[in-house]
Design a protein around this ligand. Structure first.
Ligand SMILES: [Cu+2]
Length: 260
């Protein structure tokens, strides 16, 4: 082979290897490769009297990624991006968690999720997502102000079917693809926390002591792979606020696996 062609070939191969290397590095750095398995919690009896094995999951939503967790110490590549993260049983910030956006639950079970919402918020693009959808009786349990220090509700727990569309911090919206597997659709609006407290806490490098707290239960069908994401436009500084955290897995979206 001609020496020059050989050299050119070598350069191309090196270039391809370099790009592949960068690609896999970026993919590995960006994505949360772990999975949080739901915790068994006895039996849940549905309104129609049918009993299901009950499983629980806990999550937090944050105004930034400085909690660390699956993004890494200090918040990783984008500490200023809003994010979901793993939560302790009372909404504790789990800075050392290695995963926080992918979840696994058993098929044909009742899944109870509690989300502590530490962010402020604004108005949804579409009021549809202000309504609770897909839960066992179409409702969720809601606490406007939860005290993370005393681990008690500051305001009483109420049963909700929706929240005002202009008071949304984030949403938890679980859905499948348009394919043959069992369909699953759950939408939970998560109310904003007190704006002044969120801002004051952020300036001190922490999170508000009083997140909102929302608990809901839904039933799973057959095994399948689903996706959850947020439907509040929270990708600040991007077109229509749907970029950055809204368009990157492990911030405002993740995997949800129903295992048979
Ligand atoms: Cu969001």
């Amino acid at each position: 082979m001609n020496k020059r062609i050989f050299a050119a070939f070598g350069t191309v191969i090196l270039g391809v290897a370099l790009i592949a290397g960068i690609g896999s590095y970026v993919a590995a750095a960006k994505n949360d490769s772990g999975i949080i398995a739901a915790t068994p919690a006895g039996t849940f009896t549905a309104p129609d009297g049918t009993s299901y094995p009950n499983y629980t999951l806990t999550m937090n939503t944050y105004p930034n990624s400085t909690f660390g967790g699956h993004h890494g110490a200090g918040g990783g590549a984008h500490p200023d991006w809003v994010s979901y993260g793993a939560a302790g049983p009372n909404g504790e910030v789990l800075s050392d968690a290695t995963t926080g956006s992918n979840f696994e639950v058993p098929a044909h079970s009742a899944v109870t999720i509690t989300i502590w919402q530490y962010d402020s918020g604004e108005t949804l693009n579409n009021d549809f997502f202000a309504h609770v959808q897909g839960t066992v009786d179409g409702t969720a349990k809601f606490v406007r102000s939860y005290d993370t220090v005393s681990k008690t509700n500051v305001t009483p727990e109420t049963v909700i079917k929706n929240i005002p569309a202009d008071m949304v911090g984030h949403t938890f919206t679980l859905h499948g693809m348009s394919d043959e597997q069992d369909q699953l659709f759950v939408n939970i609006p998560l109310m904003l926390a007190n704006d002044d407290e969120v801002t004051a806490a952020e300036e001190e490098g922490g999170f508000t002591q009083h997140p909102t707290k929302t608990t809901f239960t839904f039933l799973t069908g057959d095994a399948g792979e689903y996706i959850w994401n947020c439907e509040f436009p929270c990708g600040d500084g991007t077109i229509a606020r749907f970029g950055n955290a809204m368009s990157s897995m492990s911030y405002m979206s993740g995997h949800f696996i129903v295992k048979g």
